[in-house]
Ligand binder design. Structure first.
Ligand SMILES: NC(=O)c1ccc[n+]([C@@H]2O[C@H](COP(=O)([O-])OP(=O)(O)OC[C@H]3O[C@@H](n4cnc5c(N)ncnc54)[C@H](OP(=O)(O)O)[C@@H]3O)[C@@H](O)[C@H]2O)c1
Length: 279
């Protein structure tokens, strides 16, 4: 049974992954920046006698990351699986998004994952084994207007993950990407809105039209069951036919699949036609 460290377990994919790995018998260190949010996990742990430890870990804080990883290694002797799941969304046109807003997203989605990877990689190299799961997004493969900052952070995560995949493989460490489409979690409520994107913005009407047009995509109004992502992460880690990228969800498979098959112009044309969005 594996020792698993997961970031961002206060809600969404992180919480469900912690429960799923633990129910399968792995020892899970379920980390979150604010452990006061551990209530539901604590309850499930008690009710089902699950092997879950709650750990404080803020991915933007060096000391917090180092302390959490030390705590896991001291308690379990090693780390078999790291799931870099913590993430934040931001919505708004790039012109109306300031550097500090962009930096918050990159600090969490990109530098956060790098910081935790750097903290666990030495132990995994010493073990000559380990798996690092980076939770990216369909938005790490396909860019939409008003999602530029979030996509840029996930594209950065994808690029670094690809380099890590090559760099860490010789040490027996596997790196993989999970790329979910739209799923029902707290991400929409937690996402930031560019602070200058307000009434009077020249982008407002266009943005509203674009958001409306997204409902024309197959399944455009539906968000998937987040449990599917928890299971996809577990299955990707435990498969005997490993691969690097895993699109998860019908929308991700459809749009990500089309993106793979088409060149840039064909894909843009297909999306504009489907969305009837020409401006
Ligand atoms: N839901 C989707 O449709 C979707 C699709 C594609 C990719 N994703 C990705 O999936 C991952 C999980 O998101 P989710 O959908 O489960 O959203 P969520 O319910 O909002 O969960 C995000 C988690 O990240 C944590 N977090 C944020 N900043 C952090 C920090 N500095 N240190 C540690 N934890 C931090 C949050 O903690 P707090 O409670 O303290 O804020 C929360 O536990 C993210 O990387 C997201 O980009 C989600």
């Amino acid at each position: 049974m594996a020792t698993v460290l997961i970031t961002g377990c206060s809600s969404g994919f992180g919480k469900l992954s912690a429960l799923h790995f633990a129910r399968k018998g792995d020892t899970v260190f379920a980390s979150m920046r604010n452990t006061a949010k551990a209530g539901e996990l604590e309850q499930a742990k008690q009710a089902e006698s699950l092997p879950i430890e709650i750990v404080q870990l803020d991915v933007t804080d060096d000391a917090s990351v180092e302390g959490a990883v030390r705590q896991v290694i001291d308690a379990a002797g090693g780390i078999d699986v790291l799931v870099n799941n913590a993430g934040l969304g931001l919505h708004g046109p790039l012109e109306e998004t300031d550097d500090d807003e962009m930096k918050e997203i990159f600090e969490t989605n990109f530098f956060g994952a790098m910081r935790v990877m750097r903290a666990v990689a030495p132990k995994m190299r010493e073990q000559k084994s380990g798996t690092i799961v980076n939770v990216s997004s369909l938005a790490g493969r396909v860019v939409a207007p008003y999602g530029g900052t979030y996509s840029a952070s996930k594209y950065a995560l994808e690029a670094a993950s690809e380099a890590l995949h090559y760099e860490l493989h010789p040490f027996g460490i596997r790196v993989l990407l999970i790329e979910p489409g739209g799923f029902e979690t707290a991400i929409e409520n937690n996402r930031r809105l560019s602070r200058r994107f307000t009434e009077g913005s020249p982008y407002l009407e266009l943005e509203q039209r674009f958001e409306q047009s997204l409902t024309r995509l197959p399944g455009g109004n539906e968000r998937g069951d987040a449990q599917d992502v928890a299971e996809a992460i577990y299955n990707a880690v435990n498969t005997d036919q490993p691969k690097f990228r895993y699109l998860v969800g019908q929308d991700a498979e459809l749009i990500g699949g089309l993106r793979r098959q088409m060149d840039d112009e064909q894909f843009e044309q297909a999306m504009r036609q489907t969305l009837d969005f020409w401006d």
